[in-house]
Design a protein around this ligand. Structure first.
Ligand code: SF4
Length: 289
């Protein structure tokens, strides 16, 4: 198997410095929709300038380059141990090159490892598949938006939320309301319904890999996504909490099977700096998206 360390460094550079085109389009549309001269318009102008400068100079879009979360699809016979070593090495090199801020801190001592590696850091999920070659998806999940991500256990009597999609709607809007623009609105939500506490959180983050402007294949979930986007924006929290029409840019909902006893709803809140990049390796050919 070829050494993919350099390719992983390039994947990290792309994720850290190039905002995906669908996100930039959504931010530009949001800017057009805000009142001229408003604080919301000003915040979006600053964000868009920042996006352009990061792209031009290959510098991080935000000072918090977040937790690198890799999802790796690989065919039978590939060593996941070797891939994991190469990814860890790539994180250290990307830190040296200042694509990533040193972000991995020992939870007991508070000491920063200095190179974005540590115990279960970066995060990696490996999934074997039947297709040819390897696909790697990377998201960089900022700390501020992670702090306002949350999980609900339904039913929730305080919110009048039962174990159905109406209950999901209520708790998701509660999460957006409680965030109040913290976690750097306008954001994108990944909402996982079901699973156990752990699998539900993982799924909620994986949903953030979907393009912000796609449509859910399940008509019921598509309807819920549209409604949550509309109602979330009606809260008026606005970019960075300054008030305005744009609190959310997208909502992505997915489901997992669950125990009869449990009904979890996990809300992964992603900030406007919704950094994601993908890489496909087939034979010697490496492509990025
Ligand atoms: S929440 Fe996002 S935009 Fe805000 S500081 Fe963190 S990474 Fe940056």
């Amino acid at each position: 198997m070829q050494d993919l360390t350099d390719a992983f460094v390039e994947l990290i550079r792309r994720a850290a410095t190039l905002l995906p085109a669908d996100m930039e389009r959504a931010l530009r549309k949001a800017r057009e929709d805000e009142e001229p001269g408003s604080a919301a318009e000003g915040a979006l102008d600053t964000i868009l300038q920042n996006v352009e400068m990061s792209r031009a100079k290959s510098t991080p879009i935000c000072q918090d380059t977040g937790t690198p979360i890799f999802t790796i699809h690989y065919p039978l016979g590939v060593s996941t141990r070797k891939l994991a070593d190469q990814i860890r090495r790539a994180c250290a090199i990307a830190t040296e090159k200042a694509y990533l801020r040193p972000n991995a801190v020992d939870s007991l001592t508070g000491k920063n490892s200095g190179d974005n590696t540590g115990i279960d850091f970066p995060t990696m999920h490996f999934e074997e598949w039947d297709e040819e070659g390897i696909k790697v998806d990377l998201i960089l999940k900022g700390g501020g938006c992670e702090n306002v991500s949350t999980q609900y256990k339904l039913p929730d009597s305080d919110l009048g939320a039962g174990r159905d999609l109406e209950g999901v709607r209520r708790v998701v809007l509660d999460a957006v309301h409680k965030a109040q623009g913290l976690g750097c609105a306008p954001g994108v939500l990944g909402v996982a319904v079901g699973g156990d506490r752990g699998s539900s959180y993982i799924k909620s983050k994986q949903l953030l890999l979907r393009p912000v402007d796609d449509t859910n294949e399940d008509p019921k979930l598509a309807e819920l996504e549209d409604r949550l986007l509309e109602e979330g924006n009606e809260l008026g929290i606005g970019p960075m909490g300054f008030g305005g029409k744009t609190t959310l840019l997208g909502v992505k909902v997915g489901t997992l099977h669950r125990l009869p006893a449990s009904y979890f709803v996990s809300v992964a809140y992603m900030c406007w700096a919704n950094r994601r990049a993908s890489m496909r390796v087939v034979g010697e050919e490496i492509t990025y998206a």
